[in-house]
Design a protein around this ligand. Sequence first.
Ligand code: HEC
Length: 299
Amino acid sequence: MNSKKITYKGLGIVMVLFFIFSISANAQWNVPDHVKNKKAPQDATYELIKTGKSVYNKKCSSCHGQPGKGDFLKLNPAPADFGTSDFQDENTEGTVFFKLDEGMGGMPSFKHQLSETDKWCVTFYIKSFDDNFVVKGEKSSSIKTNLTVSSDNETKKLKVKAEFEDKNENLKALKGADVAFFVKRYFGNLPIGNAETDENGNAEIVFPDDIAGDSTGNAEVIIKFKDTDAYGNTTVTKTVSWANPVHYENPLNERHMWGDRASAPLWLLITYFSVVLGVWAVILWVVFQLTRINKLAKK
Ligand code: HEC
């Protein structure tokens, strides 16, 4: 009897908690008017947005996902997707800052978790998905970059020269940029090395020994900047003949269950034909016995 009472009590407590929770779940943001027009102490720049992006990926993306992808945690109420125009239209710079500072319900407060600068940087990053958001300074990915590649057959070295276009459209050596090398594969690209450009914009790697190529040992190398945000998607490719030749057997040429009649597995053919022959043998034997009965009757 007692245990039943306790379960009723427990049920009551759960229901009350659920009730409280459902009220708090429906709470609304209470954003004071003066906050909506609040501006950051400094202008947004691409540098600060970049900092904001890394703060966002560490502290926010686990719940909010990537802006515009809709891959936020399925909570109720749902964490906002900052890539939507609905969100951007409703939330000014000051509102975003206020909300992440205060928190509400499932949204933690970051008041003491992030520095003032980091909070503004995340705000800039979130607002950068608003088409009307103004960013000061030059967007670094708008600089024009150029990659040229050469190869040395003797040493199996891949050399690349990185340049950028300055304001007067002159090509200048791009130093200190990380360049990544890949070999093209059926599914994605296989990284084979990284190198940083020196003061003349040059970087090189030695092609590894253990790369499988096509039947003649050719492989396509793809070279691009690691930091595509800073230097853009400039990419060069080069075919080298330094890979190990590999002859691929087309699996469709072998005998397989899924093959047509001509390429069916031998065991299947043997089984099939012995069954067919067996059945015919029995039929013929029966017919033969019937004719014998006929003959015996005539005698
Ligand atoms: C533990 C999960 C979680 C984390 C981590 C998190 N949020 Fe949230 N966030 C939420 C939830 C849930 C809501 C919705 C709250 C509500 O509407 O009741 C929300 C709402 C918001 C809103 C308001 C959205 C709107 O539609 O008004 C902003 C702005 C926001 N979060 C910013 C951030 C930022 C910036 C970070 C990282 C510094 C962050 N959040 C980290 C869960 C999280």
